[in-house]
Design a protein around this ligand. Structure first.
Ligand code: FRU
Length: 605
């Protein structure tokens, strides 16, 4: 655009505003004009072709509705942004490159002329993704910016793990649900790829799964990646949730939505979402399991487009304090045998053992149509901490592995977590198997074997016996708060085996085994920042089978602790926000003594 043409347009816009008596705000940049039509409607006009319009966000502001307009027509669907009213917490990028060279107007509803935002809009060709958060984990996946909840559409192909995620690209609170995309070759180092599935006329893009259509059953192409997700459309005429599909012919980088969407609807269900699809080889058909209020429904299909209801599961089974979400159904081997069982993973919110959201599971059989629970009365939890939700598994994982990942948070308080640039993290990847104890079957979640390859420098400590207490400090000389602790504990009559991670600020996380009650406990009430939510301070407890010869792996990553006992027979994942890394480990005992062997601290990253 020439300079004189630009001047002409600015003059024209100013003149039009004056003639019409419309209030205008000159933003800090002359290429952005803002006209305030009413106390709530505003039009932003951009007269310079740049990659991004950077929108100033204030988390505590109400949502304003933003629509891009070209030739007097809306382009795409409207989205909501908490545009700054009194101060700027951070910026989010609105991509303008698609309209290159064209005039773009942006209609903003629900924001007054006095709002702080108007003078702080910025045009830019870059968006700064440098980390600004001290609590951002180093070896867990997080979105580079914006909100994240459930992992979606995870699949493995040609040496690459793909992780999509529930993402708000326009703020660090929930909204505008889209699928963000990251990839990794080692399940530890993730690289953000973009936002390949965005809201459309059928709604925002809720959770779902992805499969590789090896046999071209859907007709999109042999080996196409097909994503199956929920289209969520809230409206004053009645909200609807339906299932839609999109396919990718470039290994999951970009997706084309199927023109026949939605492919599965429900007349009666308001909660009808989170389809997990897999190929059922014996029956040569696809199976979809999705959550429908307090139950899971199973459907079958031969082409991913037409679905037949086969069965429902859930009545009187497990925890029902809240709705069931993000179900998964996987076949797992029973360790030490040639047997296998089907495991139905079922996330529930609220209703977790320590409040809020959590993942339960049922073990049984599946004939391609119906899942039958073998132990109908018992509720079993995948993780005994507060922060592992929406756990699902990768499609097409290599070597027959079943690899799960969860959203490392709790719906109770994720909106208040003390980060801004982003909100939300994933757990480390976990290898799932089954094990038998005292005649009963349980799910084992072991740290994915890739976690061993991620280990850096090791600090090894000699064997010692805890007769009263024993303190180790510093755990690491250059402690960045991202490490793995391993140890073996042999109990000689102690009734309480306790160890505390702490820092010089007196912030601490107490962990202990209550030998009589056969429980492993973690207490995070004094772990650091905890007062951002009354649901955050917590004591979580896991039942354990063994307190004689304990094997532990503990993953600490700036704002999280994941404990894997006895190879993953029990797992506890809890977020923590210490003002500096925990660098002291103090052991204490009650009753007898215990021996600590193979205590190692590995730097991770
Ligand atoms: C679970 C969930 C899903 C839904 C998604 C929306 O956290 O509520 O049921 O698809 O989040 O973001």
């Amino acid at each position: 655009m020439t300079h004189s043409y630009q001047l002409f347009r600015i003059a024209k816009a100013a003149c039009m505003a004056l003639c019409l008596g419309i209030a205008t705000t000159a933003s800090a940049e002359s290429d952005i004009r803002v006209r305030h039509l009413t106390s709530e409607q505003n039009i932003v006009t951009i007269s310079e072709a740049r990659k991004y319009l950077l929108l100033p966000v204030q988390d505590s502001a109400p949502e304003a509705q933003v629509t891009i307009v070209k030739d007097n027509m809306p382009v795409g669907v409207a989205f909501n942004v908490r545009l700054a009213r009194e101060r700027v917490d951070y910026y989010v990028p609105l991509e303008l490159s698609a309209y290159e060279g064209d005039d773009v107007s942006i209609n903003v509803m629900g924001l007054p002329a006095q709002a702080f935002c108007w003078k702080h809009l910025k045009l830019s060709d870059t968006f700064d993704l440098t980390n600004r958060e001290k609590f951002r984990p180093l070896y867990h996946h997080t979105p580079l910016f914006g909100w994240m909840n459930d992992p979606n559409g995870m699949f493995y192909k040609d040496g690459v793990y793909h992780l999509y995620f529930q993402h708000n690209p326009y703020g660090s609170l929930w909204g505008n649900m889209s699928w963000g995309h990251s990839v990794s070759t080692d399940l530890v180092n993730w690289e953000f790829q973009g936002i390949p599935i965005r809201p459309d006329a059928w709604g925002t893009i809720f959770s779902g799964s992805a499969v590789i259509d090896h046999e071209n059953t859907a007709g999109f192409g042999k080996g196409a990646i097909v994503a199956i997700y929920t289209s969520d459309k809230p409206s004053s005429w009645g909200s609807s949730q339906s299932q839609s599909i999109a396919y990718s012919l470039d290994n999951g980088q970009t997706f084309t939505k199927y023109e026949g969407n939605p492919v599965l609807t429900s007349d009666s269900r308001r909660d009808f979402r989170d389809p997990k699809v897999f190929w059922y080889a014996p029956g040569k058909h696809w199976v979809m399991i999705l959550s429908a209020g307090h139950e899971a429904q199973l459907f079958s299909s031969t082409n991913l487009k037409e679905w037949k209801h086969e069965s429902s599961f859930g009545a009187k089974q497990g925890s029902h304090s809240g709705v069931w979400e993000c179900p998964d159904l996987v076949e797992l081997p029973i360790e030490g045998t040639k047997e296998k069982r089907w495991v139905f993973i079922c996330n529930v919110n609220p209703g977790g053992p320590f409040g809020g959201s959590a993942a339960q599971y049922f073990i049984g059989s599946f004939d391609g149509k119906t899942f039958t629970n073998e132990a109908p009365t018992e509720t079993k939890w995948m993780d005994w901490g507060k922060d592992n939700y929406a756990t699902v598994t990768f499609s097409n994982a290599p070597d027959g592995r079943v690899i799960a990942m969860g959203w490392m948070s709790n719906i109770q308080y994720q909106p208040s977590l003390p980060t801004r640039q982003y909100r939300g993290a994933n757990t480390i990847a976990r290898d799932l198997t089954l094990y038998r104890k005292n005649g009963d079957l349980f799910l084992k979640s072991a740290p994915a074997k890739e976690m061993e390859k991620a280990r850096g420098a090791k600090k090894a400590f000699p064997t010692f016996t805890v007769k009263k207490s024993h303190s180790i400090t510093p755990l690491l000389d250059d402690n960045k708060g991202a490490y793995e602790l391993t140890m073996n504990i042999r109990n000689h009559g102690a009734s309480r085996i306790a160890f505390t991670l702490s820092n010089d600020k007196g912030e601490k996380v107490l962990m202990y085994y209550d030998v009589q009650r056969k429980k492993f406990v973690m207490e995070r009430s004094e772990s650091g920042l905890t007062d951002f939510s009354r649901d955050f301070p917590a004591l979580t407890a896991a039942p354990v089978h063994n307190t004689d010869n304990i094997q532990l792996r503990i993953f600490v990553d700036r704002s999280s602790i994941e404990v894997f006992g006895d190879g993953g027979e029990y797992v506890m994942t809890n977020l923590v926000y210490p003002s500096e890394p925990y660098n002291t480990l103090t052991f204490e005992t009650v009753g007898g003594n215990y021996e600590v062997k193979n205590l190692n601290v590995y730097k991770l990253k």
